[in-house]
Ligand binder design. Structure first.
Ligand code: ASP
Length: 342
């Protein structure tokens, strides 16, 4: 059986061309993209495609687009062995994280890729990324099941777990990294899967897509010199249900009385606050220092080693399920699909 792969082209640099008038890059259609990768035909796969109309720069992505990608996967789930999502790099880690929660009981590969240079350019990384993503989506184990059964990001030399990934570079071909989790595969002369790192959903139930993502969440980044007025203003943002508090180091914050009491007050008003470190590597150990312990005492939850992208989208997903604050907190403290080490 030839592998059946569905490409979902959403836009991003990979398919862009220069506008002759403004000289800026603009998304172009799928035919243009495929015309520039004749090698795809050398793969003995059955490939079909769906494209966003119009394709978009990923800075314009929002939860309704995540829903469009998820719907394309749901409607074609039984007809294809794997899915390759072509996506801009800017918000790719958010989309990968969101899809990992939205696609419950996923047992097929959803491989997201893009490129730093448009596919028509001589030195493009897009051609290689697209071909490798197709090969990863088609890969099987010795027993014939899909090798990858999760949402993953394929970029240059690595395959990363989607909900562990972050865009690390605006210039480098190795643009992504999962700072707290090993690669799922190393891409060199061959594709070497790290099988023990791959996620397997324990559920045998059919795919269930959760479309409702509640956007009543936000991030607050601490900075030295943040004033009481600024923090107070942010914490009374109308309608907000969840906050990802981006703290220093191992989850530390100022211990000033005004700071701690504003946070405690927000928690008492029912806002779920998750402590996520600003460091790219490592996690929150909130009882290590006084400066972290004060947040725990105020009712702030540890985000452990979760990424900001996964933290925000996990909150959107949990509130989208209609759960109350206490239940949201309970699930934030568990790994749902390999997004956090507890
Ligand atoms: N602005 C582009 C996007 O995210 C950048 C890229 O694709 O690399 O759509």
């Amino acid at each position: 059986m030839r592998p059946r792969i569905l490409i979902i082209y959403t836009g991003g640099t990979i398919g862009m061309m220069e506008n002759p008038v403004t000289h800026t890059l603009q998304p172009f259609d799928f035919t243009h993209l495929m015309d520039n990768v004749p090698k795809v035909k050398m793969l003995d796969y059955d490939i079909d495609n769906i494209q966003f109309d119009p394709p978009i720069d990923s800075s314009n992505m929002n939860p309704s687009h995540w829903g469009d990608i998820a719907r394309a996967i749901e409607e074609n789930y039984d007809s294809f062995d794997g899915f390759v999502v072509l996506h801009g790099t800017d918000t790719m880690a958010y989309t990968a994280s969101a899809l990992s929660f939205m696609l419950e009981n996923l047992h097929k590969p959803v491989i997201i890729t893009g490129s730093q240079l448009p596919i028509g350019e001589v030195r493009t990384d897009g051609e290689e990324n697209l071909i490798t993503a197709l090969q990863v989506a088609a890969a099987t184990t010795t027993t014939g099941e899909a090798m990858v059964q999760e949402v993953a990001i394929l970029f240059e030399n690595y395959l990363w777990r989607g909900n562990r990934s972050t865009k690390m570079s605006a210039d480098n071909f190795n643009a992504f990294k999962s700072n707290n989790y090993p690669p799922l595969a190393n891409i060199g002369l061959g594709i070497t899967f790290i099988e023990e790192a791959l996620y397997r959903s324990p559920s045998k139930r059919p795919l269930k897509v959760r479309y409702n993502m509640d956007t009543s969440v936000m991030t607050i980044d601490l900075n030295p010199g943040m004033t009481e007025g600024v923090l107070r203003h942010l914490l009374v943002t109308p309608g907000i249900k969840g906050i990802v508090l981006r703290t220093y180091g191992a989850g530390n914050s100022p211990t000033d009385e005004w700071f701690v009491s504003l946070i405690r007050d927000a928690v008492e008003r029912g806002i779920v606050i998750l402590n996520v470190t600003q460091c790219v590597n490592g996690g929150v150990h909130s009882t290590l220092y006084d400066t972290g312990n004060c947040l725990t005492q105020a009712g702030v939850l540890s985000g452990h080693d979760i990424t900001i992208e996964a933290a925000l989208t996990k909150m959107m997903y949990l509130f989208g399920l209609g759960l109350n604050g206490e239940t949201v907190k309970k699930y934030l403290n568990c790994a749902l699909c390999g997004e956090v080490t507890i």
